[in-house]
Design a protein around this ligand. Sequence first.
Ligand code: GAR
Length: 208
Amino acid sequence: GPRVAVLISGRGSNMAALLEAAAAPDYPAEIALVLSNRADAAGLAHAAGRGVPTAVVESRGRPREAFEAALQAELAAHDIELVALAGFMRVLTEGFVRAWEGRMVNIHPSLLPSFPGLDTHARALAAGVRLHGCTVHLVTPGVDEGPIIAQAAVPVLPEDTEAELAARVLAEEHRLYPAALAWLASGRVRLEEGRVVGTLPAATGALI
Ligand code: GAR
């Protein structure tokens, strides 16, 4: 299967879920690189411990163009064909995004188009929504606006704290992301004229 780079900025629990899924012999993609824009990302040690090549391309203290040029060089050096953003907290320029059109996915901790951006769980609680969840989407220049591949929903319970809600969503992220990446890697779904086409499974989740 295609060679995938997983881009992280911190904990890397979604990356760990992808590595675990990709260890199965029939998984249709190979995680060939885990790359962080921060040297202190905890997920790097996990990936290295699993024998996966890692790289750091520091984003801090340099112009965006220099950062992205270094990022592209690292991806090219590892013959990467698909990019999976997994808690990667840098916004990428339109030029970079266009270069990976249809070949770069992101996981976002809300049911898009609700709650793009940051602090999604606190904002879901404040809004009083009864369903929340996560979304895997293709990356386009508009942040968190790309065509949706898959979503999973969880209930918001009356006494939920932000941490409880985040944990409930995160468990779904860890199920959803490996499945959605597999659909893209196998060609089951693809980008066509700005839309996701292919055999799209129904939404998954606790209530639907
Ligand atoms: C995840 O919840 C992911 O959906 C979110 O950050 C967390 C990273 O956790 N991503 C974003 O907010 C993207 N803007 P992880 O490092 O343990 O996978």
